[in-house]
Design a binder for this molecule. Structure first.
Ligand SMILES: Nc1ncnc2c1ncn2[C@@H]1O[C@H](COP(=O)(O)OP(=O)(O)O)[C@@H](O)[C@H]1O
Ligand SMILES: [Mg+2]
Length: 106
């Protein structure tokens, strides 16, 4: 199993975005997350790549419980991830100037 999510709950203040989300992604499987704008798709992905913390539940990637990893292990996991953003999307961690500079710097 590549990803195993069990009863994931995510909250921003009082707002509950995920209320017990569970799913599994098997090796070689193409897995899509469908949902309306603001339903929590990006947040779920951000949780898998350590950009966002979930409130409760268990998320395992390659058999490792993400909430139990130290910084060194997280770094090792990040080296195994590949993330491709939708065309034209901005990096939320960068400001506008930094975003439009990414292409020039690359
Ligand atoms: N950092 C944050 N702080 C507060 N609310 C957030 C934050 N990130 C996402 N949200 C809220 O969580 C919900 C899900 O957002 P998101 O995962 O971006 O949805 P989707 O990708 O499905 O369109 C939205 O209501 C959004 O406003
Ligand atoms: Mg999104």
């Amino acid at each position: 199993m590549i990803v195993q999510a069990q009863d994931i709950v995510t909250k921003f203040g009082d707002k509950v975005v995920h209320d017990g989300v569970s799913f599994e992604v098997k090796e070689g499987e193409i897995f899509g997350l469908l949902g309306g704008s603001g339903s929590g798709k990006s947040t779920l992905m951000r949780e898998m790549i350590f950009l966002q913390k979930y409130y409760s539940g268990t998320m395992k990637v390659l058999g490792k419980d993400l909430s139990l990893l130290d910084e060194v292990s997280k770094h090792e996991m990040r080296l195994k991830y590949g993330v491709l953003f939708q065309f034209g999307a901005l990096f939320s961690s960068l400001n506008v100037l930094e975003n439009i500079s990414v292409g020039l710097k690359e």
